[in-house]
Design a protein around this ligand. Structure first.
Ligand code: PRP
Ligand code: URA
Length: 209
């Protein structure tokens, strides 16, 4: 599928295995989500535009590239997406941060919006939507819908674990966005949880249940 990238780095795979482990506690889980976001971000941001600026080295003055254009926007889908933000900010400390609040209805599994705040001008920024889990794809599709309604154009979606059903739904709804996946898992179960997955990402990051 064009625009769908399954990341293959061994460090990423190793950290995802630790993340899945039921014995991994909240503290380590948070640290792993952040590290994985950084590794994924490094790959997902390969095509950021550059422009040359003049820089004075101790030897001479030269032209050298820096990231061009308006600052990047990172947009976590609340809650679990919050865990991935600081990993991206370690790579791009000047990025702006928007928020989209969505929760899945436990019966229908469809997303409900409760918050949306995006940095402006959103249309001039590369936007990286982050959420550890792409399950049915309902939350991802709704988040990208909102961002496009607000004028967002250059959008990337980054998740840690995806189900085939969610990838298909998000790609079919928004074929123009790039989707980066840490691992493509087998399937959804009858509760729309990813198998084998890692359980409820929000609860594991925030220590709730
Ligand atoms: C989880 C997860 C995604 C969503 C994925 O959030 O973080 O946002 O489910 O499922 P989907 O692809 O079927 O929409 P949840 O709704 O549990 O909210 P939370 O992050 O606040 O726990
Ligand atoms: N949300 C999660 O946190 N985990 C899943 O497996 C599916 C949706």
């Amino acid at each position: 599928m064009d625009n769908v990238v399954i990341l293959e780095h061994p460090l990423l795979k190793h950290k995802i295995t630790k993340l899945r482990d039921i014995h991994t506690g909240t503290n380590e889980f948070r640290a792993l989500v952040s590290e994985i976001a950084m590794l994924e971000g490094y790959e997902a941001l390969r095509d950021l535009p550059l422009e040359d600026v003049e820089v004075e080295t101790p030897i001479e003055t030269c032209m050298s590239p820096v990231i061009a254009g308006k600052k990047l926007a990172v947009v976590p889908i609340l809650r679990a997406g919050l865990g991935m933000v600081d990993g991206i900010l370690k790579l791009v400390p000047t990025a702006k941060v928007g928020h989209i609040g969505l929760y899945r209805d436990p019966e229908t599994h469809e997303p409900h919006e409760y918050y949306c705040k995006l940095p402006s001008p959103i249309e001039l920024r590369t936007i990286v939507v982050v959420d550890p889990m792409l399950a049915t794809g309902g939350s991802g599709v709704a988040a990208v819908d909102f961002i496009k309604q607000h004028g967002g154009k250059k959008i990337k979606f980054m998740c840690i674990i995806a189900a085939p059903e969610g990838v298909k739904r998000l790609h079919e709804a928004h074929p123009d966005i790039q989707i980066y996946i840490g691992n493509l898992d087998r399937e959804l179960n009858e509760h729309a949880y990813i198998c084998p997955g890692l359980g409820d990402a929000g609860d594991r990051i925030f220590g709730t249940k």
